[in-house]
Each structure stands twice: as structure tokens, then as C-alpha cells.
Design a protein around this ligand. Structure first.
Ligand code: ATP
Ligand code: MG
Length: 366
């Protein structure tokens, strides 16, 4: 990945622009962690980048990043900039493109995110980022108090990096978080959720949640149930306990699943009907949060007599024929009854037995 990124940098320098790898890739590379994408900082403007890479995607918002997909890698390319006058503690009102890497690094959040690699693979570290990587320390560029107040998302980013990398927060950041935590209310739920997702999928999610609770961020984030989240590896499980779909953004599919998980939390996850009706995944997520053995849940699911209505050894036509009736509401009642009898093994799943059961119980319905 690094080799290809250096090739990309050389394309910039061959056009007389400056360009450096910066941010997450360099940080993770030095820590021996694989990266998904690569951030590039350059003095080329978006239009100039487009001049070098024809298939570059220009930013959809003012001063956004240009995206270039090359060598199977997604490059997020950002022009060196200076930021002024932050509005509402989130985004700068004014941005100026500049020519100087050092100035660009000063507007970045944490020292560990300011280390660069140039086109020869040389490390550039103006702000002591490598020392902090070694000390496993999250430290702001400049005064924590000022930087967290400017953009309150940095509060969550600090906790995210501390959680994911197993780093400590610098004392100044700790004080600044206590002082400015109320500002989290002003951020969009979308941006907050992106950081929270990264905390919740991290290997040490428990430490992340403990930190959020220690700083009382559950209040500012409107996550009333945060202290109720029990051991789980499941992102959707955590969000279902938090129960905040009315404000945080989720797809309809996710909303349905969270609703099901909450329902299934109240059921016995080894019960055939719960397993049949809500499926293995939802029951496993709920079961795990309740401390049940996942293997046991899987075994119970696998040993269900039927997993779907289609597994019953009888068709609607056969039911109608045996009762000599036209299709109607009554069919779903019958199906529900025979599903239940078969699942609880009170009725064998054979055509003959099922039709016999239907005759005995439903022949008289009008
Ligand atoms: P990852 O991509 O692994 O989530 P990252 O550090 O690369 O982590 P990005 O969101 O990709 O995070 O941002 C790229 C870089 O932009 C960061 O490393 C940091 O230098 C800078 N940056 C991002 N968000 C902020 C912010 N809110 N304030 C200041 N600088 C930021
Ligand atoms: Mg990144």
C-alpha cells in the first residue's frame, strides 16, 4: 500500500506540487496497523488535482476532499488550508488554501495525526507526533481547551483514538473534555454516530464506554442507556440497548433489527418459537448481551424442526383441499397453530399427521 501511495505522491511532485501522506495511514503504519484508505495533503487545489487525475471526484461541499481511487486504494486528498472562525463549535466559517505544509498541520487535531510521509518514504514529524505515538498519548495540536472548543467532535475523536489504539488522554485534554462536554449537543447526530460506531466496534469497547461514562458524556450525547450496555461484540446490539433511533440516523432495516433485538431480549433465546420467529442472528446478539452461551443458541437453532413456513410438509392447496374451502384468513391461523405444534414437537412434520391435526381441529370452522 505504501509503495503505491508513494507512486501517487510522485505524480504530484512531477507536476511541481507538494504532496504528503498524512493522518490515519501514517499513524497506523507506524503502529503496524492496516489502513482502509489514505489521506493526502497537498498544495494543489481541487481543480489542479483534477488536472493531474482526470477521474478524480471533486468535493461535493466547499473545501471538501478530492477522492481518487487508484491502485485499488481510496485516496482522500485535501488541499493545505488554514481555518478561521469556527461556527457553533463545529465547522470553520472560513477557509483559506495555503502553500505551507507546516501551517496545514497546525489546524489538525492530535499530534499523532500530523506525522507525514514524503514521496521518498521519509517521515516528516514537525509536532512531536512520533514521541506521542511511543508514549501512547493523545495530545492536541496547540491548547486542548481552545481546540476542543473550536470543534467539539474532537472530544469524541480523542476518546475514539484512545479506545481503538489503547492510548491515554493527555491531562490537558481530560480537563478540556470536562469543560466543553456540553458542546457535543451542537454537533450533528451523523458525525457523532460515526465516531461512536468506531468506539463501539473497537476490541476494547468496554474501556471506550467506561471513558464516555466517566466524563458523563452519556448526558451530552443523549445516550441515557449507555451504562446499561453489557458485554457485546455487536454494534447493532449496543445501539439497540441505547434505543435512540428517534434522533441518531439508522436505515429502516437497522431500525427493524434493533426493535427485534429489544423484543428478543425479553424472551428466552433458547425457546424454539423465539428462535423460529426472530432467527439466529437477533437471538445470538440478545443472548450474548445476557451472557448466554452463543454455541448453545446456535445448536438450539440448528435443531429446530422447521426454520420457515416452507419447511412444513404441507401446502396451502393441500390444507384447503382437506377442508374443502376457498382461500381465506383462516389459513394463517392454521399455519400459526401447526408451526407451534411442530416446533414444540407435539406434532410430527409429516403431511399425514398435519392434515389429520387440521381435520380434528378445523373441520368445523365455517
Ligand atoms: P481514520 O481514517 O483511521 O478514521 P484519521 O485520523 O485518518 O483516522 P480522518 O477523519 O480520515 O481521520 O481525518 C484525516 C486527518 O484529518 C486526521 O488524521 C487529522 O489530521 C485531520 N482531522 C480530521 N478530523 C479533524 C478535526 N475534527 N479537527 C482537526 N483535524 C481533523
Ligand atoms: Mg483517514
Amino acid at each position: 500500500m505504501l509503495e503505491n501511495a508513494l507512486k501517487l505522491l510522485k505524480k504530484f511532485t512531477s507536476h511541481d506540487y507538494k504532496a504528503y501522506i498524512v493522518g490515519g495511514f501514517v499513524r497506523d503504519y507506524l503502529l503496524g496497523i492496516d489502513s482502509q484508505d489514505i489521506d493526502i495533503a497537498t498544495n494543489a487545489t481541487p481543480m489542479e488535482i483534477k488536472g493531474i487525475f482526470e477521474d478524480a471526484f471533486l468535493p461535493t461541499e466547499d473545501y471538501g476532499s478530492v477522492i481518487v481511487n487508484k491502485y485499488g486504494i481510496r485516496f482522500e486528498i485535501t488541499t493545505f488550508r488554514k481555518e478561521f472562525n469556527y461556527a457553533d463549535h463545529r465547522k470553520p466559517v472560513e477557509i483559506q488554501y495555503i502553500d505551507d505544509l507546516y501551517q496545514d498541520l497546525l489546524r489538525r487535531d492530535f499530534t499523532i495525526n500530523t506525522i507525514c510521509i514524503d514521496e521518498n518514504g521519509e517521515i516528516i514529524d514537525f509536532l512531536g507526533g512520533r514521541d506521542d505515538l511511543e508514549r501512547k498519548l493523545i495530545r492536541t495540536v496547540g491548547e486542548a481547551d481552545e481546540r476542543l472548543e473550536q470543534d467539539a467532535l474532537r472530544i469524541l475523536r480523542a476518546i475514539r483514538f484512545a479506545t481503538v489504539l489503547d492510548f491515554q488522554l493527555d491531562g490537558e485534554i481530560v480537563d478540556a473534555i470536562r469543560k466543553h462536554r456540553g458542546l457535543l449537543k451542537e454537533l450533528s447526530y451523523q458525525r457523532k454516530k460515526e465516531e461512536l460506531d468506531k468506539i463501539f466496534v473497537s476490541g476494547d469497547v468496554k474501556r471506550g464506554i467506561d471513558m464516555l461514562l466517566q466524563f458523563h458524556l452519556d448526558k451530552s450525547l443523549e445516550l441515557e442507556n449507555l451504562s446499561k450496555v453489557e458485554n457485546t461484540d455487536s454494534l447493532i446490539g449496543i445501539w439497540s440497548v441505547l434505543n435512540v433511533e428517534d434522533c441518531y440516523p439508522f436505515s429502516n432495516n437497522e431500525k427493524e433489527m434493533m426493535e427485534d433485538i429489544r423484543t428478543v431480549m425479553t424472551l428466552n433465546n433458547l425457546d424454539p418459537m423465539a428462535l423460529y420467529k426472530y432467527g439466529l442472528y437477533v437471538n445470538s446478539v440478545a443472548g450474548e448481551m445476557k451472557g448466554l452461551d452463543k454455541k448453545k443458541i446456535t445448536e438450539s437453532y440448528n435443531s429446530l424442526v422447521i426454520h420457515a413456513r416452507g419447511d412444513l410438509d404441507v401446502s396451502s392447496e393441500e390444507i384447503m383441499k382437506s377442508l374443502n374451502k376457498e382461500p381465506g384468513e383462516y389459513l394463517s391461523d392454521i399455519y400459526e397453530a401447526i408451526e407451534k405444534e411442530v416446533l414444540y414437537r407435539r406434532l410430527p412434520n409429516t403431511k399425514e399427521q398435519i392434515l389429520d391435526y387440521i381435520q380434528k381441529n378445523y373441520a368445523s370452522i365455517s
